[in-house]
Design a protein around this ligand. Structure first.
Ligand code: FAD
Length: 593
């Protein structure tokens, strides 16, 4: 392979990922003019995982409930994250989310409207007020469409269907990325002064998942290998309401918008069981609480025929449902053969979101690798132990923009040429071609399937020491077998070959999820351990940070940053700011505590 003739591009700012975070970052990086910017995605433009988002983007605009404020959004997010979030990240987020949503509207996003013509906002679990700006139940599609049109109207180079396999370094600084075109497998090198990592999450490590095929955690795994710190990897969100039946669509999301618009959960005894688990917020409790409640009902023998709970919104009437939840109506009718305007349907928890990820600075999204910035689901800091619905779409707007600004500044001030040692590229070419030397090697799809089974059984919604230890052993064994993964045929249109790299990344991150879960000897948010069922004050003082070393993963405990007094006061309130005191003691205790 002649490196000199390899397709090579140079940019000031390289954005990896064309989901919401990546596109928002690219728009901002290019906004000042004068710098060259490129965006790379594994799929086609407009098809990134973000397109699947349904319910809305959370921002305290206060169009529907004027009592809302950034302080309330801050309070709700910290509380739902069980206080291991980075307070400064949350503060920046809560303050800036309204401006980012309004800006999106100015760029052409057609939000649902209030009768007065303002952006409509809907209720969602764990939010004190109706806060989610939405477009029916297709918010992600409109968000992505808007950002995509904005990006293509600017001087931004776009590379579609390119998979990046390695981040390249110039000594201790980021220098670019290596990848291949998915269509014909030809290699491509990108040199860059600054790189924004916006590659999304890794929900595909679980068997039942709402995530798209892209969510294999490539960015986080690649960043880890070059020394980036990853944080709170044990925190994986299981959304309470995925489809259960038929098996081919199990895990597909039923948006929280169904409950936000009045949907009610029942067990097989027709009991509205959320009244027992969270009398105050009921169906609109936080996701960790609702998912666990459904799990407990099934364990107690009160599940539906296929192991879930009934969700019913039929009482709202056909007109309302078809107007507010058109996607859900169609999805359940065509895929599940259920008319939700007439009958309840089965739902059960599905892996939905990865709260852990690349540790990113609250204001700049900088990682510990100079020149590398992280935004969106790949990053960690905002959500703590449990993400609130709607906070991700707002996250990708707020921190996509901030990462774009910081990358632009870094690239603009970086002196000298970017030098990538040829040895790095040679090594990667050899590594990426190796599977073809093992045409009869392990099948990556088999390893993936086994990994999903291991993770679902050993590091799923419920965990304990023994199950986790057994799971770790199994993942390590799969890692050994994976060294022998093979690919047949050539590089053109070869999904089996692509799967090898996806699986390697998922194996890396699965190990970290389990190691983090073993380290966190308590239950907190999405992390539920039956051998440590309580949330422990001592454990709440730490984030767990993973560092790559040739001898294996190193975990260090890093103190959760201490909040300044003013923010502590917001959080110390028994109720979200803006609300009247209630006589209900459950409300004072806090719904998700
Ligand atoms: C069904 C569903 C509904 C949801 N609904 C909501 C909602 O209503 N509100 C809300 O706030 N959140 C919601 N979420 C969560 C939210 O959609 C995601 O967290 C968010 O869109 C992530 O955006 P992102 O830009 O960080 O990453 P993504 O949208 O996942 O984009 C990642 C990008 O990186 C690219 N990429 C990955 N690996 C590579 C590689 N190796 N080389 C090159 N490119 C790569 C991908 O191709 C893609 O372009 C939902 C999620 C799902 C699955």
């Amino acid at each position: 392979m002649n490196i000199e003739t390899m397709e090579t591009h140079s940019f000031d700012v390289l954005v990896l990922g064309s989901g919401g975070a990546g596109l928002r970052a690219a728009v901002e990086a290019a906004a000042g003019g004068g710098l060259s910017v490129a965006v790379i995605g594994k799929s086609l433009l407009g098809k990134a995982h973000t397109v699947m988002a349904e319910g809305g983007a959370a921002a305290s605009i206060g169009n529907v409930d004027s009592r809302d404020s950034w302080q309330t959004h801050f309070y709700d997010t910290m509380k739902s994250g069980h206080y291991i979030n980075n307070f400064r990240t949350v503060e920046v987020f809560a303050k800036e989310a309204p401006a980012r949503v309004l800006e999106l509207e100015q760029w052409g996003a057609v939000f649902d409207r209030t009768p007065e013509g303002l952006i409509m906002q809907r209720a969602f679990g764990g939010h004190s007020f109706r806060r989610l700006a939405h477009i029916g139940d297709r918010t992600g599609m409109e968000l992505l469409r808007t950002l995509q049109y904005k990006a293509i109207s600017m001087d931004i180079s776009i590379f579609q269907e390119v998979t990046i396999t390695r981040l390249l370094m110039d000594k201790d600084r980021i220098a670019g990325a290596f990848g291949y075109y998915r269509a014909d497998g030809h290699f491509v090198v990108f040199k860059a002064k600054a790189v924004v990592l916006a590659t999304g999450g890794w929900g595909k490590v679980y068997k039942v998942t709402s995530n798209s095929w892209e969510s294999t955690g490539d960015g986080a795994a690649m960043a880890y290998r070059i020394g980036a710190e990853l944080q709170d990897m044990e925190m994986v969100q299981f959304h309470p309401t995925g489809m259960v039946w038929p098996p081919g669509v199990a895990g597909l999301l039923v948006t929280e918008g169904v409950r936000g618009e009045g949907g009610i959960l029942y067990n097989s005894e027709k009991e509205r069981f959320m009244l027992r688990y969270d009398p105050e917020r009921q169906e609109l409790s936080t996701r960790d609480v609702v998912a666990r409640s459904i799990f407990k009902e099934v364990q107690a023998g009160r599940g539906t025929p296929h192991g879930g709970a009934w969700l019913d919104i039929s009482h709202k009437g056909a007109d309302f449902i078809k107007r507010k939840l058109p996607g859900m109506y169609e999805q359940l009718l065509t895929l599940g053969d259920v008319d939700i305007t007439k009958s309840p349907f089965e739902v059960a928890p599905t892996c939905h979101y990865t709260m852990g990820g690349v540790k990113a600075h609250a204001e700049t999204c900088a990682t510990n690798i100079p020149g590398l910035f992280a935004a969106g689901e790949v990053a960690c800091g905002l959500h703590g132990a449990n993400r609130l619905g709607g906070n991700s779409l707002a996250d990708i707007l707020v921190f996509g923009r901030r990462a774009g600004i910081a990358a632009r500044d870094f690239a603009g001030s970086r002196k000298g040429d970017v030098n990538i040692p040829e040895s790095q590229i040679e090594e990667e070419v050899t590594r990426v071609l190796e599977p073809f030397n093992r045409p009869n090697g392990e099948n990556p799809y088999t390893i993936h399937e086994e990994l999903q089974a291991v993770m679902s059984t050993h590091a799923g919604i419920v965990r304990d020491q023994q199950t986790l230890e057994e799971g770790l052993e199994k993942v390590l064994k799969l890692q050994e077998r994976a060294k022998n993964m093979g690919a047949q045929g050539g590089r053109t249109y070869n999904p089996g070959w692509h799967a090898v790299f996806d699986v390697e990344n998922m194996l890396t991150l699965s190990e970290l999820i389990i190691r983090g879960a073993l380290e966190r000897k308590e239950s907190r948010g999405a992390h539920w351990r039956t051998d440590y069922p309580d949330e422990l004050e001592e454990m709440g003082k730490w984030n767990f940070v993973h560092e790559y070393s040739p001898d294996g993963d190193r975990i260090k405990r890093v103190p959760v940053p201490t909040m300044p007094l003013a923010l502590q006061e917001i959080c110390a309130k028994p109720l979200a700011p803006g609300r009247e005191a209630s006589d209900n003691p459950n409300q004072r205790k806090g719904a998700s505590s």
